[in-house]
Design a protein around this ligand. Structure first.
Ligand code: HGY
Ligand code: MN
Ligand code: MN
Length: 436
């Protein structure tokens, strides 16, 4: 059986309560559902999540399916040195393109909407244009950025940051994945190489605007009972690597007094981190989601622990203030436990405010679709915040069931997804009219 089996539960759950009256203007809920279902089986985990690390065969396979659909839709498909995929539809005028898209990689055991919905929504817009015989004024491109989640190395957005020329080779020298593969080995295994990866596309390509549709990954739209919302800004994540270095030893013969147990130090920091964000602002957050114990033996006192702290806020100054407090706390703990600590700023991404003008334009379109405009800051990071360093950017959210994301239970109803596509399509068509 191919990837898509008719009794596909994912597809059946999407289509079963779909309001097919939303199939207007050339959009098709069934087509979107089928494609979401196909991608949901690539890298599928035993509990129905997906595992598609950046630059993995699974991410590549998901891209290849979408590239096939892009070719069938008559788009000119290209891939850059970072594995970013672009599907281009020429416009009536030869000017800078409007681009819309997202990513297809995932977090470990992630959901099937985070990323794919933005890519397939942009493709659904092109399918509708084809059905209606509409040719856009400006060229339109669908983008799939590689490795947005950063599940494989010590920072994310490795596709969009490469595209914008923001990655420096020296940053990559100590990038090693959990299988011990270096970044160079991974990008070569993927089919590119370091030179092509660093030869960034943005220097050759002006962009009129980038628009990303994404799931909300929060509960505001549920609380407001609206299917689609407007993103007002994107919190900037900073990933701080903390390495505690103590002394490995025999778990049985080493007295408790005098141990230099790195995992105890790490645990003290993780506990401390829980109470720090509220000291700087009520939107700051900090998380330790990845921790590596060395040598990781049940009967060995941990000699070394590496952990990554994900620190965010929608305001850069309070995000950086929190980062400083965490570094201070790590130093105090290391002194108290008489072990060493070194810290590395793996990535520090600027928060991105979205221009009020774009938010208002989206609000007008939402009202046209009888949707009450809801304005939401994004705690999650997105490729948009990288493109937004040099390109006008707008983002819209589709409601997430119970706000769940980065989890197999991540879900958005097909009716909400298609309403998001209607808004995306109208917004892109409006931007097609604006002067270069
Ligand atoms: O981590 C994030 O916020 C995004 O999902 N990459
Ligand atoms: Mn995402
Ligand atoms: Mn994500």
């Amino acid at each position: 059986m191919g990837y898509f089996q008719d009794e596909d539960n994912f597809y059946e759950n999407l289509i079963k309560d779909y309001d097919s009256k939303l199939d207007t203007d050339g959009l098709s809920g069934q087509r979107l559902a089928r494609r979401l279902a196909v991608l949901s089986h690539i890298g599928e985990t035993e509990n129905g999540g997906v595992n598609r690390p950046g630059f993995s065969q699974e991410e590549k396979q998901a891209k290849e399916f979408v590239m096939d659909w892009m070719n069938e839709a008559g788009l000119e498909v290209s891939v850059d040195g970072a594995g970013n995929v672009f599907g281009r539809l020429d416009g009536l005028k030869n000017v800078s393109p409007i681009i819309s898209g997202s990513h297809l990689d995932s977090v470990p055991d992630g959901g099937s909407f985070d990323g794919p919905l933005g890519v397939l929504a942009a493709l659904e817009v092109v399918e509708a244009w084809k059905t209606k015989g509409y040719t856009p004024e400006k060229p339109f491109e669908i983008a799939i950025f590689s490795d947005e989640e950063g599940a494989r190395f010590k920072s994310g957005l490795m596709g969009s940051r490469a595209f914008m020329g923001q990655v420096k080779e020296e940053e990559l020298t100590d990038y090693v994945d959990e299988q011990g593969h270096t970044f160079t080995e991974v990008i070569e295994e993927y089919g590119s190489d370091m030179e092509q990866y660093l030869d960034y596309e943005f220097k050759r390509k002006a962009i009129d605007m980038f628009i990303e549709l994404h799931i909300e990954q929060g509960e505001v739209l549920e609380e407001e009972n609206q299917p689609v919302g407007i993103v007002t800004g994107i919190a900037g994540p900073a990933w701080l690597e903390v390495n505690f270095k103590g002394e490995a030893g025999h778990a049985g013969n080493t007295p408790m007094v005098g141990r230099k147990d790195s995992l105890v130090a790490a645990a003290m920091l993780v506990k401390k981190i829980e109470e720090l964000p509220k000291k700087v602002s009520d939107t700051a957050v900090a998380t330790v989601g990845k921790l590596n114990v060395i040598p990781n033996g049940s009967n060995v006192i941990p000699g070394e622990v590496n952990l990554i702290v994900d620190v965010r806020d929608i305001h850069e100054e309070t995000r950086d203030e929190l980062l400083g407090i965490i570094e201070q706390e790590a130093k105090i703990i290391a002194e108290t436990k008489e072990l060493d600590v070194d810290m590395i700023h793996n990535s520090t991404i600027k928060p991105l405010p979205i221009e009020k003008k774009f938010q208002q334009e989206l609000a007008e379109i939402l009202k046209k679709h009888q949707i009450k405009p809801v304005y939401i800051p994004s705690g999650a990071g997105h490729d948009s915040m990288i493109l937004g360093t040099k390109v006008p950017v707008a983002m819209l959210f589709v409601r997430s069931k119970d706000g769940i994301s980065h989890h197999p239970d991540e879900w958005s109803s097909l009716s909400d997804c298609i309403q998001g596509v209607h808004v995306l399509k109208d917004y892109i068509e409006k931007q097609m009219e604006t002067k270069e």
